[in-house]
Design a protein around this ligand. Structure first.
Ligand SMILES: [Zn+2]
Length: 227
């Protein structure tokens, strides 16, 4: 087995690494490939990722976090900032492996007047100093809207975004000139049922993910009502 001599060795290495990272995500059960999946939007696709499952295997998350930390190791970092539970777990792993020993803080997501919003708890605000170096960490970047809010938040506090580290980035996402390092860069095409090449080939449609949303409710408990 030998790679074509004309192939750029750096590109080949990046391709191999991406395959390894995809394999790791597949082992968490989060990434489904070579399938024919019905999406909640009604469209069909070949690949699917269940965001909530991405950081469920601590040793995988630690390993992937260390790869992101290694990439940003040459830059001093004071703070690692994220928002959302999955990204927070990953950001802990990145910060733990970074030579600057940055602190870890997180914003909370919410909606205000139908618009997304990220809020930094008051206790964290003094930890982001003017001129401080901040690394943003995200698990999956699909539209980039959360990251853009985090960038605005950092700039509002007069600190500086050193870079953005993530597990998965849809290649179509634009995040300005800030350096983005992603373990996987991949966007999967989605098709209208009428134009779907898998439907045309007669591949059975996997409706499991949509059905699961309708058929199963999240488990929840609550305190009894006051008598
Ligand atoms: Zn189809």
């Amino acid at each position: 087995m030998s790679a074509s001599p004309r192939k750029d060795p750096v590109a080949v290495e990046a391709e191999v690494r991406e395959k390894i990272h995809l394999e790791i995500l597949k082992r968490t059960g989060a990434y489904h490939a070579n399938d024919h999946v019905l999406l909640p939007s009604g469209q069909h696709t070949m690949e699917y990722i269940e965001k909530t499952l991405v950081t469920t295997e601590p040793s995988f998350t630690e390993g992937l976090g260390a790869v992101i930390a290694k990439h940003f190791a040459p830059w001093p970092i004071d703070v690692v900032l994220s928002t959302g539970p999955g990204a927070l777990i990953l950001s802990h792993c990145v910060a733990r492996a970074h030579p600057s020993r940055p602190i870890v803080i997180y914003g909370t997501k919410g909606l205000s007047g139908g618009k997304r919003r990220v809020t930094l708890p008051v206790e964290f605000q003094r930890l982001v100093r003017p001129g401080g170096k901040v690394l943003l960490v995200e698990d999956l970047v699909s539209t980039g809207s959360t990251l853009n809010l985090l960038i605005n938040l950092v700039e509002q506090l007069s600190a500086q975004v050193v870079g953005i580290g993530c597990l998965w980035r849809r290649t179509s996402v634009e995040l300005g000139t800030r350096p983005v390092f992603s373990l996987v860069n991949r966007d999967f095409p989605t098709y209208d049922p009428g134009d779907c090449p898998l439907c045309k080939k007669g591949v059975p449609l996997n409706e499991e993910f949509v059905r699961r949303r309708h058929a199963r409710r999240p488990s929840s408990v609550q305190e009894p009502k006051a008598p």
